[in-house]
Design a protein around this ligand. Structure first.
Ligand code: ATP
Ligand code: MG
Length: 183
């Protein structure tokens, strides 16, 4: 019962947040933010569940990248993506985290060796409450709001998002956030 009411509380929080965003748009602060610091925090939050499944992180950061953003909101994005990578992967697999950049964007990739997402489902997974069937029947405890919130948060940062996935192989989600301009 306690667990159920926690889930209900989480669902209510997610829903409130989402409806606020959809009505007013998101306001995020726009300050220079280290992607490496953000990832460290997201790793910290998610590592207990990672350990439970005997999974590990592989971190591929050649150098840090500074973007314009809201650190708490960025942490929320990557916590969500890493949580999904853990939920939808078998035990003993690896989640790879990469930081890169191009001319305009700081880029973070979260890649898992999990169940993957069918091509036909890919366009829909960012819809609120959408869950791929297999995931729905698994008792993974989610509500299907995580990626809808992620999408709004990325848009609020004037960022972009890309996803590549293969069933049975894994998923790679790429988040692009505008770079801090060099002066
Ligand atoms: P929650 O609201 O708790 O995050 P959720 O994880 O089901 O619930 P989303 O995070 O929005 O919801 O994800 C939507 C669906 O996309 C999931 O139910 C799952 O089917 C699929 N999905 C998301 N991430 C992955 C992934 N890394 N690998 C495979 N499937 C994924
Ligand atoms: Mg999720």
């Amino acid at each position: 019962i306690h667990q159920e009411s926690n889930r209900l509380q989480m669902l209510i929080n997610d829903l409130l947040e989402l409806s606020k965003i959809e009505q007013h748009g998101y306001t995020v602060s726009n300050v220079p933010t280290s992607l490496q610091d953000v990832l460290i925090r997201a790793v910290d939050v998610t590592s207990p569940r990672l350990d439970e499944k005997n999974m590990q992180f592989s971190v591929d950061i050649v150098r840090d990248v500074v973007v314009m953003g809201d650190s708490n909101r960025l942490i929320q994005i990557f916590t969500n993506l890493i949580a999904n990578a853990i939920t939808y992967s078998p035990e003993d697999t690896t989640i790879t985290l990469r930081i890169k950049e191009n001319k305009e964007y700081g880029i973070v990739e979260v890649e898992d060796q999990g169940i993957g997402i069918d091509k036909n489902e890919l366009p829909r997974i960012f819809e609120r409450f959408y869950r791929v069937d297999k995931a729905r029947s698994r008792n993974s405890g989610g509500t299907g709001l995580g990626l809808a919130i992620v999408k709004h948060l990325v848009e609020a940062h004037h960022g972009k998002l890309d996803i590549v996935s293969e069933v049975g192989k894994g998923t790679c989600i790429k988040i692009m956030i505008p770079l801090k301009k060099r002066i």
